[in-house]
Design a protein around this ligand. Structure first.
Ligand code: MTE
Ligand code: LUZ
Ligand code: MOS
Length: 752
C-alpha cells in the first residue's frame, strides 16, 4: 500500500506547523541567543529592542513562573540563561512582536555584556578536567586482561567520528494558543508531544492537564526533535501564559543550525586481539562522547553506544567504557542510530586496522566473527542466526569475491581512478534501552457509519508510521483502508507517550492498535453470533462481509456496526501495550534489553578520482532483515534514506566548531549534505527471506534506524580506494572522509 501521505505531499496539501492557519492577533517570537560559548552574564540591555514599534514584550529567565529547567534525564539545562551561558546559541531572551520581521530585528538590538570563561570543545579535555555528565559505564564479558595472552595479533588505535546536523526539511517550531481556564494548546513539530507537555507544565508551574500538545506531522525529525523540539514549544507557551495571546516561532535555518544540538561526535580508543585463525579473542574500547553543555539525551545515547560496541560480531572477551563529556557545544542529542553507529564505527576501524596490518581483506575477519544463534552480547542477551544468514545471502546474491576481484582488476588497469569496496554487517537492538519507555497506547473508535478513527502516540515524520497504523486496523477489521482515518498525535487523546524514536513507534503503537481493534472486533463478532444464533468463534469478517462457519451471511460491516451501537455496546477501545520479556539491570550491566535485533549486510563500492580527490559511491548492495515487511515500499524508502544519510555522515557532512565553540558550518553553503548527484548510483536492498517469528508488529521488523549504519561501509570503501593508489598512506580513522581528506591521503608522502 502507498504511503497515505503521498497524495497530500505531492499536492502540497500536507499540514506542517507552518500550514496551521494562524488565529487573529497571533504574535511572533524570536530568540536572542548567546554569542559566546561560556561566560558570565554581566548585563543585558533590552531597552532599545523593547522600544521598537511592534515589539510587545521581551522575556528573560526572571519571567519564568515555574522552574527554569528543561533537562529530561538530568536537570542541568536552563530554558533561558540566568547568570551564565554554556554554549553559543543558548537562548537568553525571548522577543515577542507583532511580526516575525520585527521580532528578529529587535533581537539584533539586544546587547549583552558577557565575561568570557574558558571554553572546552574537546571531549578528552573535558574528561581530564572531570567534566562528566554522568559517571562512566563499563560493559564487560569474559576477561580481556587474561585474554590478551591468547592473542597472536594485537592492534591498537584511535578513531574520531564527527557529529551530524539533522537537517530535517522543516525547521524546529511551535505555535501556542491560549484556551479557556488558562489552558494552553501547543502545536509543536515534535517527536515527543509528552516531553513538550511535561516541560511546559514544569516551566509554567501548571498541571500537565492544562497543556495540550498537538502534532499533525513533521517534515523530518531524525532524532533532532525527540528532545530538542521542547525548547521552542515551551518558549511559545511561556509568552502565551503571560500575554494570553497566540504566539508562534518557526526557526530560520541558520537559527536552527546554530541553536540546536546534533549527533554526538566521539573520540575513541580501541585494542583488538585475534588468534591465528583470525577469530577476535578480545576487544577493548573507550568512548569519549562529546555531550555538549547539558545532558539532554546523552546518557541514553552513551548507553546505546555500549550496547552496539561489538556490532554484528561475537567477541568472547570485551571491556568497553564510555564517558559522557561535558563541553561548551550546544547539547548534542538523538540522531538516527542514537550512539549505535558511533560504537559500531570503532570496531569496524579495529577490524580494518587488523586487516591492513595482516594483509587480508577486512571481509575475511568480519565473516569469521559474525554472530550466530546463542552467541552472547556483552550485556547478556543472546543473538539469533540472522547476522550470518544475511552475510551468506549477500554472498549468494552478489558474489562478494567476484565483486572484490572486479575492483582489484579495475585498479590494476587504472592509474588515476581507483575503486574501493567494503562490507558492512549491522546488528541493531530494537526497544528503548530504558525499559519503562517501552509502552504505548492506541485509541480506536468505530463510528456508526462504519468508519474508523485511530489515535496513537506515534508521530508521523515521513517514516510512514501513520500508514502502518492504518494497515493494522484495516487488517484486523478487514475493512477498506479508505474507511480509516489516522488522527493527529494529541496529548488529550493519548497520554504519557514515549517519543516516536528508537525505531519502535510502529511496533509499540501498532501492537496497541492491534489490541484495540481486536477487542472491538470481538464485541462485533459476539453481536453477529447472537444475531445468527451461533457462537462468536465461528464468526469471521472478511472484506467487510460477515461469515459464519466459513459461509457468507447477509450481514456486512455497516449493518454489524449499527446493530452493535443499537445494542448499546462499546464501539471504542483504548488499548495499552508493553512488549514482553525485556528487562535490564544497570548495576550488573546485564539483561535482555531488546525485543529483538535487526541484522543485515551491505557491500559498498566507490570510485575515487585520484587527481582531484573527489569520489562517487557506485553502489550499495544489501541484504536486510525486514522480518516480513508489512509495507515494502515504505520499508525500502527507509533503507534508501537511511543509507544515504549514513553515507552523508561518513563522507561529506563536516561539522566545524572553532576553538571558541562557534559553529562555522552554520548554513547549507558551508555544510554539505548528499544531494541527488551524490547518492549512490545504485542501491539494491534484498529482503532476507525468513518466516521466523519475532516480536515486531505483524512480524515486520523495525526499519527506521538500522539502514543508516550501512553508510559506514562508504568510509571503509574510500579508505581502501585511497590505499590502492597510495599503499603507504597512513590514514587516521577519522570520519567523515571528505574529498579534502581523500586528497591529502592520496598524496601523503611518499607520493606514488
Ligand atoms: N524517516 C523519515 N522520512 N523522517 C524521519 O525523521 N526518522 C528516523 C526514522 N526514519 C525519520 C525517518 C528515526 S531517527 C527514527 S527513530 C524512526 O524513523 C522513527 O520512526 P519509527 O519508530 O516509526 O520507525
Ligand atoms: N531514544 C531513547 C532513542 O530515549 N532511547 C533509546 O534507546 C533510543 N534509541 C534510539 C533512538 N532514540
Ligand atoms: Mo530516532 S534517533 O530514535 O528519533
Amino acid at each position: 500500500m502507498k504511503n497515505i501521505d503521498s497524495y497530500t505531499h505531492v499536492r502540497g496539501e500536507s499540514v506542517y506547523l507552518d500550514d496551521i492557519p494562524v488565529v487573529n492577533g497571533t504574535l511572533y517570537a524570536a530568540v536572542f541567543d548567546s554569542p559566546v560559548a561560556h561566560g558570565k552574564i554581566i548585563s543585558l540591555d533590552i531597552n532599545e529592542a523593547a522600544g521598537m514599534p511592534g515589539v510587545v514584550r521581551i522575556f528573560t529567565a526572571s519571567d519564568i513562573p515555574g522552574e527554569n529547567q528543561i533537562g529530561g534525564i538530568v536537570p542541568d539545562e536552563e530554558l533561558l540563561a540566568d547568570s551564565h551561558v554554556h554554549f553559543c546559541g543558548m537562548p537568553i531572551a525571548l522577543v515577542i512582536a507583532e511580526s516575525e520581521e520585527v521580532a528578529r530585528a529587535a533581537v539584533k538590538k539586544i546587547k549583552a555584556v558577557i565575561e568570557p570563561l574558558p571554553v572546552i570543545t574537546d571531549p578528552r579535555e573535558a574528561k581530564e578536567k572531570g567534566e562528566l555528565i554522568i559517571p562512566p559505564r563499563t560493559f564487560q564479558i569474559g576477561n580481556t586482561t587474561a585474554a590478551w595472552k591468547d592473542c597472536d595479533h594485537i592492534f591498537e588505535g584511535r578513531t574520531e567520528t564527527n557529529g551530524q546536523e539533522h537537517l530535517y526539511i522543516e525547521t524546529q517550531g511551535a505555535y501556542a494558543v491560549p484556551q479557556e481556564h488558562g489552558a494552553i494548546r501547543i502545536y509543536s513539530s515534535t517527536q515527543g508531544p509528552t516531553a513538550v507537555q511535561r516541560t511546559a507544565a514544569r516551566v509554567l508551574g501548571v498541571a500537565m492537564n492544562q497543556i495540550e500538545v498537538d502534532t499533525t506531522r513533521l517534515g523530518g525529525g531524525f532524532g533532532g526533535k525527540e528532545d530538542q523540539a521542547t525548547t521552542w514549544g515551551v518558549l511559545c507557551a511561556l509568552a502565551t501564559f503571560h500575554l494570553k495571546k497566540p504566539v508562534k516561532y518557526s526557526l530560520h535555518r541558520m537559527e536552527d543550525m546554530r541553536m540546536t544540538g546534533k549527533r554526538h561526535p566521539y573520540s575513541s580508543d580501541f585494542k583488538i586481539g585475534l588468534n591465528k585463525g583470525l577469530k577476535i579473542i578480545a576487544y577493548e574500547a573507550t568512548f569519549y562522547q562529546n555531550a555538549g553543555a547539558a545532558a539532554d539525551l546523552s546518557p541514553a545515547v552513551m548507553e546505546r553506544t555500549l550496547f552496539h560496541c561489538t556490532n554484528s560480531y561475537f567477541v568472547p572477551h570485551v571491556k568497553a567504557t564510555a564517558y559522557s563529556c561535558r563541553t561548551h557545544l550546544p547539547p548534542n542529542t538523538a540522531f538516527r542510530g542514537f550512539g549505535g553507529p558511533q560504537g559500531m564505527f570503532v570496531i569496524e576501524a579495529a577490524i580494518a586496522k587488523a586487516a591492513e596490518q595482516l594483509h587480508v581483506p577486512a571481509s575475511v575477519i568480519q565473516q569469521k566473527n559474525l554472530l550466530t544463534t546463542g552467541d552472547e552480547f556483552p550485556y547478556g542477551q543472546k543473538a539469533d542466526s540472522e547476522a550470518t544468514e544475511c552475510w551468506n545471502r549477500t554472498d549468494e546474491l552478489f558474489d562478494i569475491q567476484q565483486l572484490q576481484q572486479e575492483v582489484a582488476s579495475f585498479n590494476a588497469s587504472n592509474k588515476l581512478y581507483k575503486k574501493g569496496i567494503a562490507l558492512m554487517p549491522i546488528c541493531f537492538g530494537i526497544s528503548f534501552t530504558k525499559t519503562l519507555m517501552n509502552q504505548a497506547r492506541s485509541l480506536v473508535h468505530v463510528y456508526t457509519d462504519g468508519s474508523v478513527g485511530i489515535s496513537t502516540g506515534a508521530v508521523e515524520m515521513g517514516q510512514g508510521v501513520n500508514t502502518k497504523m492504518l494497515q493494522v486496523a484495516a487488517k484486523i477489521f478487514s475493512v477498506d483502508p479508505a474507511r480509516i482515518k489516522v488522527n493527529t498525535t494529541n496529548t488529550y487523546r493519548i497520554t504519557n507517550t514515549s517519543p516516536t524514536a528508537a525505531s519502535a513507534a510502529a511496533d509499540l503503537n501498532g501492537k496497541a492498535t492491534e489490541i484495540a481493534c481486536a477487542t472491538i472486533l470481538q464485541r462485533l463478532k459476539q453481536v453477529a453470533a447472537d444475531e445468527l444464533k451461533t457462537s462468536a468463534d465461528v464468526i469471521e469478517i472478511k472484506n467487510e462481509t460477515v461469515y459464519a462457519n466459513g459461509k457468507k451471511t447477509a450481514w456486512d460491516w455497516n449493518k454489524l456496526v449499527m446493530s452493535t451501537y443499537v445494542k448499546r455496546i462499546n464501539l471504542s477501545e483504548l488499548a495499552h501495550y508493553t512488549p514482553p520479556g525485556i528487562h535490564y539491570d544497570a548495576t550488573k550491566e546485564k539483561g535482555h534489553p531488546f525485543s529483538y535485533h535487526v541484522y543485515g549486510t551491505a557491500i559498498t563500492t566507490v570510485t575515487v578520482d585520484c587527481l582531484r580527490g573527489i569520489y562517487e559511491v557506485d553502489s550499495v548492495k544489501a541484504v536486510h532483515d525486514f522480518g516480513s515487511s508489512m509495507n515494502t515500499m515504505i520499508d525500502m524508502g527507509q533503507c534508501e534514506g537511511g543509507i544515504v544519510q549514513g553515507i552523508g555522515w561518513m563522507t561529506m557532512e563536516e561539522l566545524v566548531y572553532d576553538k571558541e565553540g562557534k559553529l562555522r558550518s552554520n548554513a547549507l553553503s558551508t555544510y554539505k549534505v548528499p544531494d541527488i548527484y551524490s547518492v549512490p548510483k545504485e542501491i539494491i536492498v534484498h529482503p532476507l527471506a525468513t518466516e521466523k517469528d519475532n516480536l515486531a508488529i505483524f512480524r515486520s521488523k523495525a526499519v527506521g534506524e538500522p539502514p543508516l549504519m550501512y553508510g559506514i561501509g562508504a568510509y571503509f570503501a574510500l579508505r581502501n580506494a585511497v590505499k590502492a593508489f597510495n599503499p603507504a598512506a597512513d590514514i587516521p580513522y577519522d570520519a567523515p572522509m571528505t574529498p579534502e581528506k581523500v586528497l591529502m591521503s592520496l598524496y601523503q608522502t611518499p607520493v606514488l
